[in-house]
Design a protein around this ligand. Structure first.
Ligand SMILES: [Zn+2]
Length: 325
């Protein structure tokens, strides 16, 4: 895993390369256009001559400058107009930078540009999500044909809730607790949500509870070169898969509480997947964590071809999950 400084260095390099490519592209296009269009070549020649006159005037006859400036602007306008008549952008001669703040140099007067920070951040997040095959899943490939009757209705409802969640996602969207046994599509739908929310430009971490907790434990004991806690705490959406299967030490428990509680306080959304019912959850994690989850998360129950679960097909009211057990 590469550390934060390395992510920044890579991001800066990437931005500069983009800047270089943009300049190169603009210069090639300019050369070709001047070659193919006599009118553009004529205007270019006039502008070069005028620039030289302006330089001379700046030294010897400053009073001539305004008129020369005016002429130059007129030529620029003619050039723009010509470019539009041949179907190009009026600014086609200028490099098309991705970031207008730093013109793809990565640096502004105030220091490192936000575009570099954003890319560096994405690189860190990507590493944290890398081990998950998010690309293999989508809403389109989620099949409801495995469900029937009441289960089918419930799963249709869950599917719609997940789709709506993505459509309406914002920085302070609701948190979800998705409950259900393995193999009922929890992971498929959460992967699908993660993928679409990432595509909207939000920072999303997808991790298993085991993975997150062992990373945080290592960090707690100072055994890591790459601190990542801040990413778990502050990313736009944190998805914790398989809560309840991890090895739980007192440190792990307190780290988990810290992440869940911090995100609730900042009103940042978290999605937890688990097969733990209310009382099991409480037995394992204690009242403190469970009351935070019950109080602030919307509960979704995934159902499937399992008699025990079918009997308990529950309402979507999360409080009922606890009462039913
Ligand atoms: Zn920038």
């Amino acid at each position: 895993m590469i550390n934060k400084a390395e992510c920044y260095a890579l991001a800066l390099q990437e931005v500069k390369t983009m800047g270089h490519i943009a300049k190169e592209k603009a210069s090639k296009l300019r050369e070709q256009l001047l070659n193919d269009h006599a009118e553009l070549a004529r205007l270019e020649k006039e502008m070069i001559a005028l620039s030289q006159k302006k330089m001379q005037a700046a030294i010897h006859t400053p009073k001539d400058l305004p008129l020369l400036e005016q002429k130059y602007t007129q030529l620029k306008q003619l050039q723009k107009k010509y470019l539009t008549t041949i179907g190009l952008d009026g600014n086609a001669f200028l490099p098309q930078f991705r970031c207008i703040n730093c013109q793809d140099s990565g640096i502004t007067e105030r220091g490192t540009c936000d575009c570099v920070k954003k890319i560096a951040n994405q690189k860190m997040l990507q590493q944290l999500c890398n081990q998950f095959p998010i690309d293999d899943f989508s809403f389109e490939t989620f099949s409801l044909s495995y469900y029937e009757g009441e289960e089918l209705e419930k799963m249709k409802e869950n599917y719609e809730i997940c789709r709506n969640y993505v459509n309406k996602f914002h920085k302070h969207a609701e948190s979800l607790y998705i409950l259900g046994h393995t193999g009922l599509g929890k992971t498929h739908l959460t992967f699908s949500m993660a993928k679409e929310i990432v595509a909207k430009g939000y920072s999303v971490i997808y991790c298993t509870a085991q993975n997150m907790i062992s990373t945080l434990e290592k960090e707690h004991f100072g055994n890591t070169e790459t601190p990542v806690q801040e990413y778990y705490l502050n990313c736009d959406l944190l998805i914790i898969d398989d809560l309840g299967t991890e090895f739980l030490s007192p440190v792990a428990q307190s780290e988990l509480y810290h992440v869940i509680n911090h995100r609730i306080l900042l009103k940042l959304p978290t999605i937890i997947n688990s097969n733990l019912e209310g009382t099991d959850l409480e037995k394992r994690y204690g009242e403190r964590i469970v009351s935070r989850i019950f109080g602030f998360y919307q509960g979704l129950r995934f159902v499937g071809n399992d008699v025990r679960i079918q009997k308990r097909v529950a309402s979507k009211n999360f409080k009922n999950i606890k009462n039913n057990t």
